[in-house]
Design a protein around this ligand. Structure first.
Ligand SMILES: Nc1nc2c(c(=O)[nH]1)N[C@H]1C(S)=C(S)[C@@H](COP(=O)(O)OP(=O)(O)OC[C@H]3O[C@@H](n4cnc5c(=O)[nH]c(N)nc54)[C@H](O)[C@@H]3O)O[C@H]1N2
Ligand SMILES: Nc1nc2c(c(=O)[nH]1)N[C@H]1C(S)=C(S)[C@@H](COP(=O)(O)OP(=O)(O)OC[C@H]3O[C@@H](n4cnc5c(=O)[nH]c(N)nc54)[C@H](O)[C@@H]3O)O[C@H]1N2
Ligand SMILES: [Mo]
Length: 732
């Protein structure tokens, strides 16, 4: 009930009754627009009138604000003054209404025309010694069309420096799954959930971050599936769920969800899944036929499992052998219809790739990939982060894509790999990256090591952001800085040939259309695609087969290009107009393995976990209920019982005693890494139900503690869920 009330309050409060209600009625409807919040799919068949969650409503409310900020606002507030305000305050100021420029040495942003802005970027890009000195970031809200045109521009200009938010998010999943099953994406659909016998939800907090996933889980549980939660924290959303779309849900007691809740140690998941594998192998409960026909490296894996002792498994995971064995027995007692879902609790660790490989190992043992009711399900964050990757936002796209792009565009496409997010920060810091351009996102706040990254950005000659809302990345700037305001997902995108729609790909590989319906917040806004096309035209001019403006006039033309370059988009323009869109092909779903050896691969790595020195704590950074990444909507975290504050650190109650601090008392937190220490002082210690020795604080505030060099092996994802910290009571 609170979720329903909050959703209405936020939308009507921020966007107004008419605009707010209209926005919600179009949200996730066929023919409407795709929710700009998370990437959980919409039902293929029946959609309810309110096919959204509280947090989707908050995201839409924040975007649908009618109030705009432009020359008057920026004349009134200097950059220094805006730096002193909170992220929540920034978001409340309204939509960015006109292009703004911060000239060298100036204290205030001033208005600039679109033409002048594009000319300035082109001038800076032409002034570089090499295209590889420019960096082009993407956040996961950009549509397929904007993203495709953008990467084409960047590559035609001459670089693969295309870092994205995915580098900090599911990169570890993509890499692990590609090696294991040949596709870096999940293998299940919503229908599979209704057939599953067991659903494991590990390292994820769906109640806050993917609330509509709870409806799916509730249905699955009612159909008899067992839900297993694996999380160091007791997360309310995993325990029970009340379906707000049914009256019984509003008034009743809710469906009990997780039947098993394992409070694993942070980073203990690899050991835990190894324990499951050990039990399955010991009991002979494996799908021998599947392993023989489809999998490679089984013998080596089996030996590695046998060599792993139960002592080690229990010590690293913090879970008893008996519990692990009984879980293994339960998931293998029917037809092995297991789905495992995960998110940042697994991907943002030093051994993230190995951990996700271990989950894949368990699925391969059970033959639980590529059959109804079973599969792997990395739950994506940003609404189009998966689509952006599909259409080329990646610093190391495969040769097949680059060659196809070159053929289609008739311009040379560079092959050398570009910078990912962490490499970009280092390059800017060392003066090798000089122009920073961002299509969405909030790089300065989302990235690790806030002070280090700020210095890196400040060394640039130009920083430029295509954005909908004011954020801190506009304030931590290079010698010159530009803010280019764009249309949001919910807004009408009027082109010279009529209204345009874009397309996005959700977490389950469904490509669908998204058509904004609200009137744009300001007349001065351009669509992201339009911005990219005009910038490309000014910088490069039409060349080869590329006519930038012509492509952007009618997005069908861009979609035809995507179809020509990316496999799986056949009849893109027709199929995306059919109700609900279409599924991209996914070979692993059909048990075809696009790996180097053509088989699904076991990984025989030995287990490990990130360990801290005695007396220190293992800190994870996580999301509250009132934020979308760096956008802070409010100061509450309802499901964890927190209201009105974000400057907090969760600890086990006994650890509070050991530290000699009372609930709410301030503590100083220092993180330790090989390159030195970082500090965050005066945070309030809050007791929470979690294992001893762990700590949790909110992202992005706690990013000051995340060392830039502490990354996941292989994927280079900042290990923002395992930070070694010491904690002392604040003095004074
Ligand atoms: N409302 C809202 N929705 C969002 C977002 C948002 O900010 N707000 N962000 C979007 C994005 S981009 C993403 S990527 C997703 C993120 O979705 P989540 O991954 O759910 O987000 P986090 O808050 O980072 O949650 C991490 C969870 O993992 C647990 N965890 C931490 N370490 C470990 C570990 O070692 N093992 C296990 N088993 N669990 C662990 C934490 O206790 C926490 O419950 O959400 C998306 N949806
Ligand atoms: N410590 C720590 N750090 C983390 C994480 C963590 O768990 N812990 N999580 C990581 C993860 S999973 C992710 S995905 C990244 C997120 O990193 P980002 O994607 O860079 O950050 P967001 O906060 O999603 O970006 C918000 C900004 O995007 C702009 N925006 C919103 N909608 C649009 C739009 O439609 N178009 C355009 N052009 N701009 C728009 C607004 O100006 C807004 O201020 O952060 C990562 N950082
Ligand atoms: Mo994410």
């Amino acid at each position: 009930m609170r979720a329903v009330v909050e959703a209405m309050k936020q939308t009507i409060g921020k966007a107004g009754l008419g605009r707010g209600t209209k926005a919600l009625l179009e949200l996730n409807q066929m023919g409407g627009f795709d929710c700009p919040s998370c990437a959980w799919p919409d039902p293929d068949h029946h959609r309810s009138v309110a096919e959204f969650c509280e947090n989707g409503a908050k995201a839409v409310a924040s975007e649908a604000m009618k109030h705009t900020i432009g020359r008057d606002f920026f004349a009134k507030h200097s950059v220094a003054e805006l730096m002193g305000q909170t992220d929540a305050w920034h978001d409340l100021q309204g939509r960015l209404g006109e292009p703004m420029l911060l000239t060298e040495g100036a204290s205030h942003y001033e208005p600039v025309s679109w033409d002048e802005a594009f000319a300035m970027i082109a001038e800076e890009l032409h002034g570089l010694a090499s295209p590889n000195e420019a960096i082009f970031y993407t956040s996961g809200r950009a549509s397929n069309e904007a993203a495709f045109l953008y990467q084409l521009f960047v590559r035609a200009y001459g670089t693969n420096n295309l870092p994205d938010c995915s580098n900090m998010c599911h990169e570890s999943s993509g890499l692990a799954l590609k090696e294991a099953i040949g596709v870096g994406k999940g293998t299940v659909t919503l229908d599979d959930f209704l057939e599953a016998e067991t659903i494991i939800c590990v390292g994820q907090n769906p109640g806050t971050n993917h609330p509509r996933m709870l409806s799916t889980q509730e249905l699955a549980v009612k159909k008899g599936a067992k839900l297993v939660a694996i999380n160091p924290l007791k997360e309310a959303g995993l325990l029970s769920f009340m379906q707000p779309q049914h009256l019984t849900g509003l008034l009743g007691r809710g469906t009990a969800l997780a039947s098993t809740y394992l409070q694993v140690k942070v980073n203990g998941d690899m050991a835990l899944f190894r324990g499951i594998a050990k039990s399955l192998i010991a009991a002979g409960n494996t799908d021998k036929d599947f392993i023989r026909r489809h999998a490679s490296n089984y013998e080596e894996y089996r030996r590695s499992v046998e060599e792993t002792s139960w002592d080690e498994i229990e010590a690293l995971s913090g879970i008893d052998r008996l519990e692990i064995e009984s879980l293994a027995l339960s998931i293998s007692s029917g037809s092995n219809k297991l789905i495992t879902c995960w998110a940042m609790g697994l991907t943002q660790h030093r051994n993230a790739v190995a951990t996700i490989r271990e989950i894949a190992n368990v699925h391969l043992l059970l033959g639980a990939v590529g059959k109804p009711g079973a599969g792997l399900c990395p739950v994506r964050g940003h609404s189009n982060v998966q689509g952006d990757r599909t259409v080329g936002i990646f610093e190391k796209m495969p040769e097949s894509f680059l060659a196809a792009l070159e053929r289609q565009a008739g311009v040379p496409i560079p092959r050398a790999h570009g910078f990912d997010t962490v490499a970009s920060i280092l390059a800017m810091k060392e003066g090798r990256g000089k122009v920073f351009f961002a299509l969405g996102g909030n790089f300065a706040q989302a990235t690790p090591d806030t002070a280090f990254t700020a210095e890196a950005l400040r060394r640039c000659r130009l920083t430029c952001h295509v954005s909908t809302k004011l954020n801190r990345s506009h304030l931590i700037h290079g010698r010159r800085a530009l803010i280019l305001p764009c249309l949001g997902r919910s807004e009408r995108d009027e082109g010279p040939l009529g209204p345009r729609f874009v397309t996005t790909e959700n977490s389950m590989g469904v490509v669908q259309s998204s058509q904004g319906k609200l009137s744009p917040a300001s007349e001065d806004l351009l669509s992201e695609t339009e911005i990219v096309a005009r910038l490309a035209e000014v910088t490069l001019g039409d060349r080869g087969a590329v006519r930038w403006r012509w492509l952007a006039e009618d997005y069908d033309r861009i979609r035809n290009w995507i179809e020509a370059v990316v496999p799986g988009f056949d009849r893109y323009n027709d199929r995306v107009r059919e109700h609900g869109g279409f599924y991209l092909p996914n070979a692993a779903k059909e048990r075809r393995w696009n790996t180097e050896n053509g088989m699904a691969n076991f990984s025989a790595a030995s287990i490990d976990a990130f360990e801290v020195k005695p007396g220190r704590y293992l800190l994870q950074t996580l999301r509250s209920h009132d934020q979308f990444n760096t956008t802070v909507y409010g100061l509450d975290d309802r499901y964890r019982g927190i209201s009105g504050m974000r400057d907090i650190i969760f600890l086990n109650p006994e650890d509070l005693n050991v530290l000699g601090v009372k609930p709410g008392q301030r503590v100083d937190v220092t993180s330790h890494w090989e390159d030195g220490e970082r500090h965050l002082n005066g945070f309030r210690a809050i007791p929470y139900e979690m294992p001893r020795g762990l700590a949790a604080a909110y992202f992005p505030e706690a990013n000051v503690l995340v060392p830039v060099g502490h990354v996941a092996k292989g994927s280079n994802t900042p290990a923002s869920k395992s930070i070694e910290v010491s904690i002392t009571p604040s003095r004074g």
